[in-house]
Ligand binder design. Sequence first.
Ligand SMILES: [Zn+2]
Length: 236
Amino acid sequence: MTEEIASRDAYRSTAEGKVVLVTPEGVKLNRTVFYGRGGGQPGDVGTLRYAGGSVEVLDTIRREGQIVHVVADPLGLEPGMEVEGVIDWDRRYRLMRTHTALHALSGVIWRDFGAKVTGGNMEPGMARMDFELDSMSNEFGREVERILNEELVKGYPAEVLFLARDAALTDPELIRTKVNLIPEYVNEIRVIDIVGLDRQADGGTHVRSTLEVGPVRVVKTESKGKANKRMRIELV
Ligand SMILES: [Zn+2]
């Protein structure tokens, strides 16, 4: 099992580790700071440095739950080698801000309009989220933008919690975000709690406070079918 630093400390940008496995698909380490693509958040990019060289990490993915670093050229790497992983921190930090903005958006739309999220995806600085809503006008987009920005500047703390499965399954806030769909073998459920605004099971990386998100703009509202409306947001 790889020790995944990003799961507990999203603010680390480098970490030392050892190569465990090199496959045509990529490299597994015993310990990594890279986030593996999932839950709508792209995988990290960056560099693996080693004595006498370095290799570019083009993407980070998951295979059977394990983090795989997709590298430009694995030839210099062998099991047992010590490496230092360095992520593209500017990109990651932008993704953290974007991801926290999405959770805050989902919290606002649930609290003020009673609509659940049906899907979402993000790139650094921009994202989309789909809601169980019958309609979504431009005016609605502007109103949500105003409320969201008012909430973000209040500086809600975003905390990472690890809950026992039984506790998570009976948490009324987590039920709405379909925590019951998490596979049964997962005993400990990671939760991002933007305390007082949004609480959901999530594997991604987030900023510590909604203040760090900065202002957000709603750039588009569109229909994706009956009771499925999409909102696109951008960090300003
Ligand atoms: Zn999330």
